[in-house]
Ligand binder design. Structure first.
Ligand code: BG6
Length: 498
């Protein structure tokens, strides 16, 4: 797909996301010669900056936080512009239209516009309407695409109503719902790893797989985002989107082709096959937790309720662990244990496929199991463990492993998630963006959890720096299984480094 010249309009340009993620990503794409020949980046926000002040602020941030080349940075800044208007005020969009006209002429960018909604979610429905009021969504003269940040809705009803509003003005193929986990190289690799190798796919089903674990752990707490997080919680912040998307890639059927809709069709089918959670599941298979204060590696960590912006009696969950099922021929009866939480011992995201034991245990019941660990981050890689004869007398089996680390590849210069996703949106490739029906299916699945959060017995405490409430361990123990306790290093499970 071609990278056509275009204008990138960032709404919410004075905010954190623009500074921390979007501008660094665009700078790196530019420095690596991956941007189209002609482009502009127009920041739109209420704060009163001039073009120069906007450039200076971002350049200073980039110099302080990224590896930059002064000369490249100064050329990059010549593409940056700023328009101080209230993005919720439709009457001001005349100014936006006029500014885009001038920029298109000056930079020869044509009339292709990529709009990025990096604003508070309350504006996600408003901005598209304002754009449409001024015909800025019209594709008769150049493409118009809209990137919508997370969270996409607050529950099924709000997600549906937002979707409806967006579809009033834009076609589905103009909409790019970002889930930055899909931009991660290692998440995309799930697709290549599964479907480019003949040896795994025959085993990738209920006949050979005992259970699957998906972990998205973070050591960080809410980091000054208490105000947002307290109204969100782990279910909405990480589980409904990032982790269920990863599950979709692990459990999907092979796509007919490597094309956006073929891939997204298969992922969506998985989400539509999640077994609905019954009252029994909520009681027995779900663990919600909230971290309490603790001393970890010599540092005192605040409890969640002591964090700035968090209500003193907050019942918001910072941890969720769930045993769930995908009701398809391939996965019938195979439990997926999925967990995510803040203030866990380390930052690690991984998928673990646990294979069934041999039908007859000739080397004893304790013979090692076969495991495949697909590490999403950090120390990105793959680890396969299997049994081998322990040297010496007798026939005792011992667990050994083979591993691959991305950093060993020559081309280990991975694009960050935002670089990849921005580039794809510029090219018009929506493969790695969430489709409306998939988002809907995920909200419908988590809806019972959202109601269950109100139950006074639904929340357990866990000390910051531990692996969540003990009830989460019990959840697997009851099934004679246990979570893997991963560390920063893929192969290490002895102690956790940060
Ligand atoms: C964001 C969540 O979507 O993902 C954050 O809002 C979370 O709370 C972050 O920390 C995790 O992303 P990553 O890429 O660091 O795993």
């Amino acid at each position: 797909m071609a990278k056509e010249n275009n204008n990138i309009v960032i709404f919410g340009a004075s905010g954190d996301l623009t500074k921390r993620k979007l501008i660094p990503a665009l700078y790196h794409l530019y420095a690596n010669k991956m941007m189209p020949e002609n482009f502009t980046i127009l920041g739109v926000s209420r704060t009163d900056y001039s073009d120069d002040a906007f450039r200076e602020k971002l350049a200073a941030f980039l110099k302080e936080n990224e590896k930059v080349d002064e000369e490249t940075l100064s050329r990059f800044c010549q593409h940056l512009y700023y328009l101080p208007i209230d993005p919720a005020d439709s009457s001001k969009y005349d100014q936006l239209a006029a500014r885009l006209e001038t920029l298109s002429e000056k930079h020869n960018t044509g009339h292709n516009n990529l709009y990025y909604l990096a604003t508070p979610p309350s504006l996600y429905g408003v901005i598209p309407e304002c754009l449409a009021n001024h015909n800025l969504h019209d594709q008769s003269n150049g493409w118009k695409r809209l990137i919508v940040e997370k969270p996409f809705g607050y529950d099924t009803a709000t997600a549906e109503s937002l979707d409806k509003k967006l579809h009033d003005q834009f076609e589905e193929n103009q909409l790019y719902r970002i889930d930055h986990y899909l931009g991660k190289e290692t998440v995309q690799n799930l697709l290549v790893f599964r479907f480019s190798n003949g040896m795994f796919e025959p085993l990738w089903n209920r006949n050979f797989i005992d259970y699957v674990e998906i972990t998205g752990a973070e050591f960080l707490g809410v980091e000054g985002r208490g105000g947002y997080y307290d109204g969100s919680g782990a279910v909405r912040d990480m589980f409904q989107n990032h982790l269920l998307q990863v599950l979709g890639m692990v459990a999907m059927e092979p796509p007919a082709a490597i094309r956006s809709d073929s891939i997204r069709d298969e992922v969506t089918k998985v989400m539509q096959s999640f077994r609905p959670l019954s009252d029994e599941d909520l009681k027995n298979n779900l663990v919600l937790g909230q971290y309490t204060s603790s001393d970890v590696r010599g540092e005192h960590l605040l409890g969640y309720r002591e964090e700035p912006g968090v209500a003193e009696d907050s019942r918001t969950e910072t941890y969720i662990g769930l045993k769930m099922f995908v009701d398809t021929w391939r996965w019938n009866g195979v439990p997926f244990y999925v967990r995510t939480g803040k203030r866990l011992p380390t930052r690690v995201t991984e998928v673990v496929i646990h294979f069934k034991k041999t039908p007859h245990p000739v080397f004893g019941a304790n013979a090692p199991e076969n495991k495949l660990v697909i590490r999403i981050q950090p120390d990105e890689g793959i680890l396969m463990s299997f049994g081998l004869k322990k040297p010496g007398a007798g026939f005792e089996a011992k667990e050994v492993s083979m591993e691959f680390h991305y950093q060993d590849l020559k081309e280990s210069q991975l694009l960050t998630a935002y670089e990849r996703l921005l580039l794809d949106a510029i090219k018009g490739d929506s493969t790695l963006f969430a489709r409306s029906d998939a988002v809907k299916a995920c909200w419908e699945f988590v809806e019972p959890i959202l109601s269950y959060k109100e139950d006074p017995d639904s929340l357990f405490g866990y000390a910051a720096g531990t692996w969540g409430p003990e009830q989460a361990d019990a959840l697997l123990k009851r099934d004679n299984r246990e979570w893997r306790y991963p560390c920063k290093n893929l192969t290490n499970t002895e102690y956790c480094e940060l």
